[in-house]
Design a protein around this ligand. Sequence first.
Ligand code: PEP
Ligand code: MN
Length: 347
Amino acid sequence: MIISMKPGASREQIERVCERIREMNFEVRSIQGDERVVIAAVGLGNVTHAIEALRSVEGVENGVPISAPYKLVSRQVKDERTVVAVGQTSIGGGEFAVIAGPCSVETEEQIMACAAAVSAGGGRFLRGGAYKPRTSPYSFQGLEEEGLKLLRKAADEYDLSVVTEVMTLGNVQLVAEYADVLQIGARNVQNFPLLKEIGATTSCPVMLKRGQSATIEEFLLSAEYIVTNGNPNVVLCERGIRTFESATRNTLDINAVPVLNQLTHLPIILDPAHATGKRDLIPPLVRAAVAVGADGAMVEIHPDPERAWSDGAQSMTFDQFAKVMNDIEPYVELWKAGRPELVGLSA
Ligand code: PEP
Ligand code: MN
């Protein structure tokens, strides 16, 4: 439920309301606003009864239930867009975030070359899998901790932030030691123990990928698991869903961006590589990501895509990546100009 206080309500009145909320078996999860304070509470208590009781507490103007099944990630609770700080940069602020790198970390030479290409293109985030969720058990499964070390070394050399996947509960702390953003892959979007662990034990930013068959509501409920367990630094990633269409690996749900922008304050990244599986389709879809109001895009690059150990067909060459970065520049300028209006940020 959301309780709005009267303008100028005193600190004592706000504290009293919070006390009453807790007495009625709810937890206060956010208190926003200066002049006009809005309190968001979640819990197992009786909402109708609680709102009725709270309306009679001094200083309370009104109370309404949160109608969405997800609460803390909803724009009903927080209208202002979330900016997730990542090292010296951020996702969801005034910059269009480009995350690029190989599907998998393979060798030192490969990841160093990728980091150099990301930096030269103006990207701020280096991606690369050290733990790989592969459909076949016979496919390359990742270099594990050795891969994390190489990724960190390459990112530090070029002043980039590391985005890398964590697949298991037992590895959260280890991956968080090396990563700036923990990626939760499509296949783990409903691994609830993993979501809870990442929510409860780390404040490291998280990029949660949408599952191939997750509805937007399910996707947001998964994000809610992380936030309600204590980690508010969540970025969403649309990476294509499974449909009847077989011309591409998946179907990029471009609708998801404006739909999510209406429903949630969390930033949204578009991943056209895993959505299409084809490198030639990446450039127009990165432009689409800018145009549709995403907060960034994630792409795969490789020094020699034909010899990549995973996802070579959707990995761009460095030249293609440089061209994409160059081509989106005017779009990004427009994006920046239109952004305050588009997503409700003040200019
Ligand atoms: C990846 O980003 O390399 C990856 C495995 O993505 P997804 O979980 O979306 O398939
Ligand atoms: Mn991949």
